[in-house]
Ligand binder design. Structure first.
Ligand SMILES: C[S@@+](CC[C@H](N)C(=O)[O-])C[C@H]1O[C@@H](n2cnc3c(N)ncnc32)[C@H](O)[C@@H]1O
Length: 239
């Protein structure tokens, strides 16, 4: 989804600066919403379902706990939360994604950097494949820390930075095959943005440090899918 000079999506232009990014991300997800879930399953061979399941399992909260899913998209994580006996609130900025969303008690259209929720009002927070789309990751972590009660839990999944073992997968499947699949079934530019957007993510240790600084303890990073995906889990500090 990199933007060209005219503000249109262009595969060759650099990633957009923060001011343009929020608008461009919202428009992109509005466009790809109709085939979003299908593309996820095709791109990952269905593994995205297992990754979300693992994220929800790592929450380890009491049945009936209330969990906010940040950048919920069409609600995959909300439905997984429901299958584990949790209640959920889904928050997303894209009207197109929310129009197709199902599985939460409530869906709210809002910026996850400014959550319309009271302080310490939920038991946990999840987020799937959204961090690299926001303009300010420390602020996103701080918003999670604000709304999750002390002792509550978070589980955050996103792509991981390429390592030697994953470089081949990245350079063949993710950078060549996925954009073609996207062009065929959805939007090629959006699915070219996918590998490029990991450049917005800080490296693993720095990401852990961001969540610790925001007020989480026991923050751990688990690598899934041969290291192509990272899952961050942590507990909201009591202090
Ligand atoms: C890759 S999709 C992930 C959807 C879902 N979490 C999943 O696991 O499939 C990223 C989502 O983040 C949303 N998003 C990006 N930036 C956002 C922001 N600042 N506030 C709210 N939603 C945002 C997009 O609209 C999109 O639905």
């Amino acid at each position: 989804m990199p933007l060209g000079d005219d503000g249109e999506v262009s595969a060759s232009a650099p990633l957009p600066p923060a001011a343009e990014k929020a608008r461009a991300v919202e428009e992109m997800f509005d466009r790809i919403a109709p085939r979003y879930e299908l593309m996820n399953h095709l791109m990952t061979g269905g593994l995205d379902i297992l990754w979300r399941r693992r994220a929800v399992r790592e929450l380890r909260l009491a049945p009936g706990s209330l969990v906010v899913d940040l950048a919920c998209g069409t609600g995959d994580l909300c439905r997984e939360l429901g299958r584990h006996g949790y209640r959920s609130i889904g928050v997303d900025s894209s009207a197109g994604m929310l129009a197709r969303a199902r599985g939460a008690e409530r869906f709210l259209r809002a910026d996850i950097l400014d959550l319309p929720l009271e302080t310490a009002s939920v038991d946990g927070a999840t987020s799937g494949f959204a961090l690299r789309n926001v303009t300010d990751i420390p602020r996103c972590a701080a918003e999670m820390a604000r709304v999750v009660r002390p002792g509550g839990r978070i589980a955050v999944i996103d792509l991981a930075e390429a390592r030697p073992v994953t470089r081949w997968i990245r350079s063949t499947w993710v950078e060549r095959v996925v954009p073609r699949l996207g062009a065929l079934l959805s939007d090629g530019d959006a699915y070219r943005y996918l590998p490029a957007s990991t450049a917005y993510l800080p490296q693993g240790e720095q990401l852990l440090a961001t969540f610790r600084a925001a007020g989480f303890r026991n923050v751990r990073r688990l690598l899934l899918g041969l290291g192509t995906v990272q899952l961050l889990v942590g507990t909201r500090d009591r202090s």
